[in-house]
Design a protein around this ligand. Structure first.
Ligand code: IPM
Ligand code: MG
Length: 372
């Protein structure tokens, strides 16, 4: 019997339909080659769902996601919906899916591909190959928030006026389950785990440290260290090749993963996998946003979305050969010189002759043609 998977595709907004469309094309092509069947159904979320239904995450989209094997998401958001009140903003679709599907572990691998030449903005990046394990359903993203009018004053008598607050909250159980994922991924890689926090200031970070130290007893083969987030962002620039697995909170992971994306060339290259407990559906999306400035222009880099399919096949659906085939095809396409504008930057003039500027569709065509 053919292996068959129920995939929910959510193109979203901005460049989302273009990059997610590319991902779906690659998925269908690789499936035909490797003898499995993706049954893909499309649903709306984000701005396009606000336009169609008045809300960012329709119940039927969440239900379909929960009933699926995996979700492929483009990107959501754009200036058109920026004036909407917080609870109905397009970003609530992503947050609602993450929370509603209990996707607490977000994996964001960042690798500097040698096929891209000197695309890193760093002078001497070395061999960057790191994995950020970001906690995804807790912390300040989901803590208590509010807005109120204060009658208090600052020291010089100025009225405080309106006050807004966000709260960072983490429980032992939430910290332990994400740290375990970090240790486990480190075990499958170079056995180095860095816990990134702000333990010199935050109570939540101090709890992360304590639990990490306790767990280290169980994972004796893993070299564990700790870095403050400010120091980590500096070291990602000064010695990126020394990192293996970074495990961190929701907000720190959000920030550091954009940085990790940029030092490997472009955020347009970085995929992500969001996972819950084993056996539950996962969600796969590029780390980049909806890039409204280039939407509809056939300019976006589809590689982050295409590599999200690769992660889905490798980490989640057990289609390892098909996953490897996608990675090889992407590498070959880049080695042949195909470049979307975001990665068509070069330090020396000589290289320019060997690269070809391509559209989103041409990049996808070439990757599909290179699948083996
Ligand atoms: C990301 C994005 C999201 C986040 C936004 C769109 C809510 O920046 O996936 O990194 O902050 O998690
Ligand atoms: Mg982000």
């Amino acid at each position: 019997m053919t292996r068959s998977y129920n995939i929910v595709s959510i193109p979203g907004d901005g460049i989302g339909p273009e990059t997610n469309g590319a991902a779906v094309r690659v998925l269908e092509a690789v499936a035909a080659k490797y003898g499995f069947e993706p049954r893909i159904t499309e649903y709306k979320a984000g701005g396009s769902a606000i336009d169609a239904y008045g809300i960012p995450l329709p119940g039927e989209t969440l239900q379909a996601a929960l009933d699926s094997d995996a979700v492929l998401l483009g990107a959501v958001g754009g200036p058109r919906w920026d004036m909407i009140e917080a609870e109905r903003r397009p970003e609530q679709a992503i947050l609602g899916l993450r929370q509603g599907m209990h996707l607490y572990a977000n994996l964001r691998p960042a690798t500097l591909m040698k096929e891209l030449g000197n695309v890193s903005p760093l002078k001497d990046p070395g061999k960057i190959d790191l994995l950020i394990v970001r906690e995804l359903t807790g912390g300040i993203y989901f803590g208590k928030q509010g807005l109120y009018k204060s009658t208090e004053k600052l020291f010089d008598g100025t009225r405080k006026g309106t006050v807004a607050f966000d709260t960072e909250t983490y429980s032992e159980a939430e910290i332990e389950r994400i740290l375990r994922r970090g240790f486990e991924f480190a075990g499958k890689r170079r056995k180095k785990l860095t816990v990134v926090d702000k333990a010199n200031v935050l109570a939540t970070s101090r709890l992360w440290r304590k639990i990490a130290k306790d767990l280290a007893e169980e994972y004796k083969d893993i070299e564990l260290d700790f870095l403050y987030v400010d120091n980590c962002s500096m070291q990602l620039v000064s010695r990126p090749a020394s990192f293996d697995v970074i495990v961190t909170s929701n907000m720190f992971g959000d920030i550091l993963s954009d940085l990790a994306g940029q030092i490997t060339g472009s955020v347009g290259l970085l995929p992500s996998a969001s996972l819950g407990n084993p056996g539950m559906p996962g969600l796969f999306e590029p780390i980049h946003g909806s890039a409204p400035d280039i939407a509809g222009q056939n300019k976006a880099n589809p590689i982050a979305s295409i590599l999200s399919v690769q992660l889905m096949l490798k980490l989640h659906l057990g289609e390892k050969d098909a996953a490897d085939s996608i990675l090889e095809a992407v590498r070959k396409t880049l080695a042949d010189g195909a470049r979307t504008p975001d990665i068509a930057v070069h330090g020396d003039e000589e290289d320019k002759s060997s690269i070809t500027l391509v559209t989103t569709e041409e990049m996808t065509d070439r990757i599909v043609a290179n699948l083996e």
